[in-house]
Design a protein around this ligand. Structure first.
Ligand SMILES: Nc1nc2c(ncn2[C@@H]2O[C@H](COP(=O)(O)OP(=O)(O)OP(=O)(O)O)[C@@H](O)[C@H]2O)c(=O)[nH]1
Ligand SMILES: [Mg+2]
Length: 294
């Protein structure tokens, strides 16, 4: 088995692009702040003597100091699709084309990934939300990875600054739900950039973290009765009910400045993709044998 996180989320949510604060040759340091999810996880892995690799699937990524294990830009760059005489894509169509091109050339990816057992890989994806909410290319890519023995889960990052009031929280939740329904993968939602919230904002957010629709709806201003408000209220309640009844969408706060937060998230995701279970079984067997006096 191999293990993978598909790291997705809107542009700027903090998935990876900048590795500028990351220096892979440096000594482990618990205090240095890693500015994005992937770099924080890689650094956490180094501190814990655990190999966590990154594969760059963002064909528009500019530059990073860190060398990813595989880089889609070696196969195709979004610039290629925009400058090509026939294709002439804009940046968004170009991104979609690149992911489809990767699918058509999946042998390239398979060879690059190799076949090492127990690899643990973060796939950094582009921040174009349509790729996850309704297009099929990423879904097909996931299927490929599963065929190549990857236990994979999607990790959806949302910038917490866009989630601090009821209405925003509902819309972020709906985005997460669309991704979950489309990808059909084990799924973890993260609120990134927790370090940027004030104490007050953090407190307000806490009410939303356990899915309590009343808290969320109470936060939406529906005072004053008019035709729009009445309809809007009904709609919000219906959406709230959907979220509550299915208990589907939960968000975990991620604070990259807090090592404990990073390690809690990693443990949660490891459980989801069953990373480490084989090792556990092996230890347990060993302990049982020991009890028998062997
Ligand atoms: N303070 C703070 N800043 C963060 C955090 N995570 C990311 N950032 C910053 O947010 C900005 C956007 O982060 P990126 O990693 O480029 O975002 P992305 O999700 O990869 O975006 P796309 O590649 O456009 O899809 C960068 O300037 C990061 O340094 C965080 O946890 N805290
Ligand atoms: Mg990025």
């Amino acid at each position: 088995m191999r293990y993978a996180q598909l790291v997705i989320g809107p542009a700027g949510s903090g998935k990876v692009t900048q590795f500028s604060t990351f220096d892979s040759s440096s000594v482990p340091s618990k205090s240095r702040f890693q500015s994005t999810y992937c770099s924080a996880l890689v650094q956490h892995g180094i501190d814990a003597k655990r190999a966590i690799e990154v594969v760059n699937l963002d064909p528009a990524a500019e530059h990073f100091d860190y060398q990813p294990m595989v880089d889609i830009r070696e196969l195709i760059h979004v610039q290629d699709t925009m400058e090509d005489e026939e294709l002439h894509f804009g940046p968004n169509g170009g991104l979609v084309f690149c992911i489809e091109y990767l699918l058509e050339n999946s042998d390239w990816l398979r060879d690059k990934l190799g076949e090492d057992e127990d690899d643990y890989i973060l796939f950094d994806c582009p921040g174009q939300i349509e790729l996850y909410t309704h297009l099929t290319a990423v879904k097909k890519l996931v299927k490929q990875l599963q065929d190549w023995n990857f236990n994979i889960c999607s990790v959806f990052l949302v910038d917490v600054q866009f989630m601090t009031d009821g209405a925003k929280f509902l819309s972020g939740t709906m985005a997460a739900l669309s991704v979950m329904v489309n990808l059909e993968l084990p799924h973890v939602n993260l609120l990134s950039k927790m370090d940027l919230l004030s104490k007050g904002a953090r407190k307000r957010l806490e009410r939303f973290l356990e899915p309590d629709t009343h808290a969320i709806l109470g936060d939406i201003d529906l005072s004053g009765s008019n035709a729009f408000n009445d309809k809007y209220k009904k709609l919000s309640e219906a959406i709230g009910g959907l979220i509550e009844n299915y208990s589907l969408v939960r968000f975990l706060p991620l604070n990259l400045k807090d090592q404990e937060s990073v390690s809690d998230i990693l443990v949660t995701i490891d459980n989801v993709i069953q990373y480490g279970e084989d090792q556990d079984i092996r230890t347990r067997d060993f302990e049982e044998a020991d009890d028998d006096g062997d």
